[in-house]
Design a protein around this ligand. Structure first.
Ligand code: ZN
Length: 390
């Protein structure tokens, strides 16, 4: 849920005038060629930012708060990247507090962050005033501080040789949020810096690679303004608004917070691991120049998401096993079934007509007869696909 906070925050700060010399330092703009040229001894540094603040901001559904939920996704992504050895990943905060390095930075460098942000904005508006919406008056100090910490993280990343920022969010939209209801939209969206920003060219192929992975297993947001699934934005602070980010940055909204796989704590745990794993594979696709990525290439849910051991015996089975069954059906190209979209048939961990139709098609394709959707041979065949050893 970035629009409500982050876009407003840019507008709030839009009225602050030129205050200091442009003191921006750090790396030159990264582009894919430069990243490729990174010496093998030097790790790709990824700064993962769980959306919003430890105790403030973001959307919620009932007692589920985005600012808390995004932390395990960020942590899993960090673990996967660090285990690879080619990356060095940092996470900005946990559920309770900023990382000590950042807390100290906010404390000690606050005035420098404010001056840097004002200078960057003034410089950007001088050169490209048509790109800036500086209207609007709002003096909500908490939102201003949140925005400045987000700018502060960009400044910190600029100064610390970060190669990529990844912002982790969950989605919602104003009407569902205001009513606290399960809304009508579903799916994920990946944001990337718009073409007028200096980090745009470097970020776009990375955003595309992550989008390609996520879209193999998850529906693209069907909120009309996000329906491309891969969206440009020049106003988001996280994207390097006002040319503040020297490195590529992407922002992922992983599904809507009220979707069943997130609301159910059992599936939430594995869905989040899945989101992190798909994101990791997207980064690997980009940095390793993988082509022709399919739903089975390099995807090993049994190792990285959930070790599926138990047959789904009925519709009330363990939702984690149902989620795994759906994963296998997705990997095999049977889910969603013909004529349905991923939004119609989410990767939900619940069984309904979507799963039943998909299993029937799977059985027919594989000549499995004489048992229902929960039969042993069906399970064994799906499990083989799930373990990606077929
Ligand atoms: Zn958010």
């Amino acid at each position: 849920m970035k629009k409500i906070l982050a876009v407003i925050a840019v507008i709030i700060l839009g009225g602050i005038g030129y205050a200091a010399a442009h003191t921006q330092k750090g790396n030159p703009v990264q582009n894919p060629a430069q990243v490729e040229a990174t010496p093998s001894a030097q790790k790709i540094s990824v700064f993962i930012v769980p959306g919003h603040e430890p105790d403030n901001g973001g959307t919620n559904y009932k007692n589920l708060y985005e600012r808390n939920l995004v932390v395990p996704i960020a942590d899993d992504l960090q673990n996967l990247l660090d285990a690879n050895g080619r990356y060095a990943a940092t996470v900005a905060r946990d559920a309770n507090a900023w990382a000590p390095t950042l807390a100290a930075y906010f404390q000690n460098d606050w005035n420098a962050i404010v001056a840097w942000e004002q200078a960057a904005k003034a410089a950007f508006m001088r050169t490209t005033p048509q790109n800036v919406n500086a209207s609007g008056e709002n003096h909500n100090n908490a939102a201003v501080d949140d925005a400045l910490r987000l700018y502060g993280m960009t400044k910190w990343a600029d100064e610390n040789n970060i190669d990529l920022m990844v912002h982790v969010h969950l989605n919602n939209y104003p009407e569902a949020m205001a009513k606290g209801i399960v809304g009508k939209y579903s799916g994920f969206v990946v944001y990337m810096p718009a073409s007028n920003l200096k980090n745009s060219a470097a970020a776009k192929p990375i955003a595309q690679a992550v989008f390609d992975r996520l879209s193999l297993y998850n529906p693209v947001s069907n909120l009309p303004v996000e329906s491309a699934g891969l969206e440009e934005d020049s106003q988001l602070i996280a994207m390097g608004a006002y040319d503040t980010a020297d490195m590529p940055s992407i922002l992922v909204e992983y599904e809507y917070i009220y979707e069943p796989q997130i609301v159910n704590p059992a599936t939430r745990a594995i869905a989040f691991k899945d989101f992190a794993y798909q994101t990791y594979l997207g980064l690997e696709d980009f940095y390793n120049h993988r082509a022709n990525v399919t739903a089975t290439s390099s995807y090993d849910p049994a190792d990285h998401v959930y070790d599926w051991q138990n047959r789904v015996t009925n519709a009330n089975a363990d939702p984690r096993d149902i989620y795994a069954m759906q994963t296998a059906l997705i990997m095999d190209g049977d889910y969603p079934p013909k004529g349905k979209t991923r939004n119609d048939c989410p990767h939900s961990g619940t069984i309904g007509a979507c799963t039943e139709t998909a299993v029937a098609a799977f059985q027919q394709k594989n000549g499995i007869t004489g048992e229902n959707a929960f039969g042993e041979r069906t399970f064994e065949a799906l499990k083989k696909i799930y373990e990606n050893k077929s």
